[in-house]
Design a protein around this ligand. Structure first.
Ligand code: G4P
Length: 545
């Protein structure tokens, strides 16, 4: 008897077309330290999906390299990805949504929000560098979300670190178990391909032309020693079999449950640039990654296959298109089908409306869409009504998805406009940039609107703020850095009289734009002292949007 395990695509064929559409969706974020190869890998995925003919058409010249995912000038100047973008493409019956994330740790809050919209994450690591500073920070953020993480160790066409050491480093530094799904044959000039553990086959690549998917891959069984030795030579064969023996003795077993729980990461090796191992990674990843997951709301879990449409806003991006000076709210569809002709309820705004210009974004191109399904990410024109974390649902419903936590800012500055006549533009800019979640805005607790204190998670955000106010709002600003590093939200603000709170000498009382009271401290121990001095006071490190 042959036991046939039905894979998700086959299961999909037995479902109705609505369920089938959801079942074939895979929505994932891609994270890495800058330069590990995230952009190159994404382009190769698109290439396999036939979304573009030549990867080069997206990437273009080195100078235009960030054209796909980066919109802001500042990103181009710095060569880092500040904001995240979304791409959708089809591959082998799957409908794939890739969420790009900023590589720089100063924007880890943005990464976190993007991860809220994803069902799994792909982590790209440079084989000659191993786990780098930003990988560590981004991974921590990934861990907070508890989603499955798939690792692609890239740049094997260059001299790489020892494979066992790389795996060891991931386990020790990131605290996640690894299970190699394939194994590289050499690295640098001697990199020939990978051994696939499941099929027990060596996949050898011929040199591919950079940017094409034409390259030839030859499969040879590990058991066919003669052919394999003939192809890779005695030395490479001995090294491979030796390493595999060690691996079988020491490595963790593959366990899909553990992978889905984010406790075990399947590891793949390859070279995005030369296309070695990219398609195998894509195929296996798609098989293992989950279909759209249910999301938590105040009325319980919302299943993706629920008939009614629902979504939440996880990102707001202004000025994606300079010519239009517009603002786009990105939302993740959590259930049902989005139909552009039907009305939806914006729960926080308590309004029933039709979403304006729903679109899918592909590089600089936007495609107006008429329908989308749970798992998809859509961007809609935002006239300034949406905030991060907002829920949209069918008009008859009125539930809210669990909020997206706000990261505690660690840097603060008093910000003023240079030209007092430009107060209006200044406030408009500050308010809009705060709505996008790029900065948090506070005021002195007892005064009116005059003094603006800005809090950010990473100092680079100060630069982005300055740059954007000058370029988009035509306002020059002066920034005075403040010494505070610790912020606390007052959880029981209705029970305490904030004006009468007895703090420490390094404490400052502020309020956010909604009037919520907060405390800023220079020293971490002052937090405890303030708690001691005010009985019943409850402080929290996180706010919720
Ligand atoms: P990122 O998005 O993670 O920041 O990295 P990106 O893909 O932009 O890649 C960073 C650099 O590494 C690029 O080189 C890219 O060509 C190179 N790269 C990516 N994957 C591989 C690989 O598998 N092997 C090798 N050898 N290099 C790889 P660059 O010189 O900065 O840009 P370009 O001139 O090649 O466009």
């Amino acid at each position: 008897m042959v036991l046939h395990v039905c894979n998700s695509m086959e299961r999909g064929n037995k479902l109705g077309s609505f369920d089938k559409e959801i079942e074939r969706r895979r929505t994932f974020a891609i994270i890495s330290h800058p330069d590990a190869g995230k952009t190159t890998l994404t382009e190769k995925f698109l290439l396999y999906g036939g979304a573009i003919n030549l990867a080069g058409s997206v990437k273009g010249k080195a100078t235009a390299r960030h054209a796909v995912s980066d919109w802001m000038e500042i990103e181009k100047e710095r060569g880092i990805s500040v904001t995240s973008s979304v791409l959708q493409f089809e591959y082998d019956g799957y409908c794939i949504n890739i969420l790009d994330t900023p590589g720089h740790q100063d924007f880890s809050e943005d990464t976190y929000r993007t991860l809220m919209a994803a069902d799994s994450a792909v982590m790209v690591i440079d084989a000659s560098k191993g786990v780098e500073a930003q990988t560590r920070k981004l991974f921590k953020v990934c861990g907070m979300r508890g989603i499955p993480i798939f690792t692609f160790i890239n740049k094997l066409d260059r001299d790489a670190n020892d494979t066992f050491e790389l795996l060891d480093e991931i386990e020790k530094e990131l605290g996640i178990e690894t299970v190699p799904m394939n194994w590289p044959l050499g690295s640098g000039k001697s990199f020939r391909g990978v051994y696939e553990r499941e099929s027990r086959e060596v996949i050898l690549y011929s040199d591919t032309e950079k940017g094409t998917k034409e390259g030839h891959a030859e499969r040879i069984s590990l058991d066919d020693q003669t052919t394999l030795v003939g192809a890779i030579g005695e030395n490479a064969y001995d090294t491979l079999t030796g390493e595999l023996e060690l691996l079988d003795g020491a490595g963790a077993e593959f366990d899909l449950e553990q992978v889905r729980a984010g406790k075990l990461t399947p590891v793949f090796f390859g070279s995005a640039l030369t296309n070695f191992g990219v398609e195998i990674f894509l195929q296996n990843f798609l098989k293992m990654a989950t279909t759209p997951l249910p999301r938590k709301a105040d009325i319980g879990m919302i299943e993706p296959t629920d008939d009614d449409f629902s979504a939440f806003v996880f990102k707001i991006q202004a000025n994606m298109n300079k010519a239009h000076r517009d603002r786009v709210a990105f939302m993740r569809i959590c259930s049902g089908k989005f139909d552009a002709t039907r009305e939806v309820r914006h729960v926080q705004g308590d309004k029933v409306m039709r979403l304006s210009q729903p679109q899918q974004i592909m590089a600089d191109d936007r495609k107006i869409l008429s329908e989308a399904y749970a798992g998809d990410i859509i961007g809609v024109f935002d006239p300034g009504i949406f905030s991060i974390g907002d829920t949209l649902c069918a008009p008859k419903n009125k539930f809210m998805f669990e909020g997206i936590p706000t990261f505690a800012p660690e840097h603060f500055a008093r910000v003023r406009q240079m030209d007092t006549m430009k107060r209006k533009q200044f406030m408009k800019g500050i308010t809009q940039i705060a709505q996008e979640g790029a900065i948090q805005v506070f005021q002195e607790f007892n005064t009116g609107m005059e003094e603006i204190i800005v809090g950010v998670v990473g100092v680079l955000q100060f630069e982005v703020l300055k740059y954007r106010l000058e370029n988009e709002y035509n306002v020059e600003i002066k920034m005075e850095t403040l010494p505070y590093e610790h912020i606390r939200w007052i959880e029981n603000k209705d029970e305490v009289d904030v004006a009468k709170l007895v703090g420490t000498s390094d404490m400052k009382k502020v309020k956010d734009m909604k009037g919520n009271p907060l405390l800023l401290f220079i020293n971490p121990w002052s937090v405890g002292m303030t708690l001691d001095r005010n009985e019943g006071l409850k402080l929290s490190e996180f706010g919720r949007e």
